[in-house]
Design a protein around this ligand. Structure first.
Ligand SMILES: NC(=O)C1=CN([C@@H]2O[C@H](COP(=O)(O)OP(=O)(O)OC[C@H]3O[C@@H](n4cnc5c(N)ncnc54)[C@H](O)[C@@H]3O)[C@@H](O)[C@H]2O)C=CC1
Ligand SMILES: O=C(O)C1=NCCCC1
Length: 315
């Protein structure tokens, strides 16, 4: 009989996951996903249940990677309410199983994994689609994803300036105190994105907050919030003028209000660019619409588990 699953929780995950190992695994996984080979990746579009009474959602995200021997599922709850709760608005748990017998090998806290893998994928989008001479990064939102995106983007690129916008100056200033490098606080979205080469939208808004008329031609936008079919972060002008990339075409068509309601075409998946089957239009304004995929969680969970085993087997 298999032993009980190991439980790897927040502080432990933190010490085991690093962008330098995570980014190449995610690039490989995105490429595999876009090849649509069922021995590489089986990952349906997330099943989402509405928690009407609580203004929230439960997303179920199973993934099987047969050739890699990885079977994983994530449960993620996310809320649109703002009731001042100290609990995070996005809470996730990952379960890693043995595909041969179905026993659970590990249960992991998914908060940090979700933060880091989402930011790493956005940084991969920037690596592929942002102009190489990019100098200014603007981050809209100051929550968990804002922090992980700040860390991933400043880790992977050398921006001359990082700007942040939040609905209140207080939140923006708190964000500045929580990061380890310089940040400019902006009082409006327009001020934050003026002339910016890269823009990350990580808000919980349900109406557009970023308008195409403010975006510098040739900028790259990583749009991470608005993961419901009737939620928006970007306006129609931006969605229609930009070349739109997504993590999953099916995911974007089912879950992204920015894609569905604007009628914009998804030009390619990031994995298509990684596989060399679609062009990276760095010279144009580009939007990467991130919805989040189970395959990203699966490779991240496997990495955490491998690192945990290596650490605990040391004498
Ligand atoms: N694409 C993906 O893979 C993932 C997407 N998400 C999404 O990313 C977004 C951010 O997630 P977290 O950082 O975990 O949330 P959070 O609650 O920690 O941060 C949300 C930020 O949005 C701001 N905000 C809330 N309502 C707003 C509004 N109406 N207008 C402008 N700003 C507003 C808040 O002040 C805060 O700065 C959420 O929409 C979440 O569902 C989260 C995880 C993964
Ligand atoms: O992929 C995820 O994890 C999430 N995606 C959209 C909303 C919350 C979590």
């Amino acid at each position: 009989m298999a032993g009980p699953p190991v439980v790897i929780w927040d502080q432990d995950v933190e010490g085991l996951l690093h962008y330098r190992e995570l980014v190449p695994r995610l690039e490989e996984a995105l490429g595999k996903f876009s090849r649509r080979d069922s021995t590489e990746v089986i990952q349906p579009v997330r099943t989402t249940l509405t928690l009407q009474k609580h203004h929230g959602f439960l997303g179920l995200m199973p993934t099987y990677m047969e050739n890699d021997g990885v079977l994983c599922t994530k449960f993620v709850c996310f809320y649109k309410r703002e009731d001042g709760s100290s609990l995070p608005a996005t809470q996730a748990t990952l379960v890693l199983l043995d595909p041969e017998y179905g026993n659970v090998k590990a249960v992991m806290d998914g908060e940090l994994i979700t933060g880091m893998r989402t930011a790493a994928v956005s940084a991969i989008s920037a690596k592929l689609l942002m102009r190489p001479e990019a100098e200014v990064l603007a981050i809209l939102g100051t929550g968990k994803q804002a922090l992980s995106h700040y860390n991933a983007f400043t880790d992977m690129f050398s921006f001359k300036e990082v700007r942040v916008w939040s609905r209140t100056r207080q939140k923006a200033e708190r964000f500045c105190r929580s990061v380890s490098g310089p940040v400019t606080v902006c009082v409006s979205v327009q001020e934050a994105v003026r002339g910016a080469d890269a823009i990350v939208t990580v808000t919980r808004c349900t109406e557009p907050v970023l308008f195409g008329q403010w975006v510098k031609p040739g900028a790259h936008v990583a749009a991470v919030g608005a993961c419901r079919p009737d939620w928006r972060e970007l306006d129609d002008v931006l969605m229609k003028e930009a070349v739109v990339y997504a993590d999953s075409r099916e995911g974007a068509m089912a879950e992204s209000g920015d894609v569905i309601l604007s009628g914009a075409e998804v030009f390619a998946e990031l994995g298509d660019v990684i596989n060399g089957t679609k062009t990276a239009h760095r010279e144009k304004t580009t939007v990467f619409k991130s919805l989040g995929m189970g395959v990203e969680d699966a490779v991240s969970a496997q990495l955490v588990f491998d690192q945990w085993k290596a650490k605990t087997s040391q004498p």
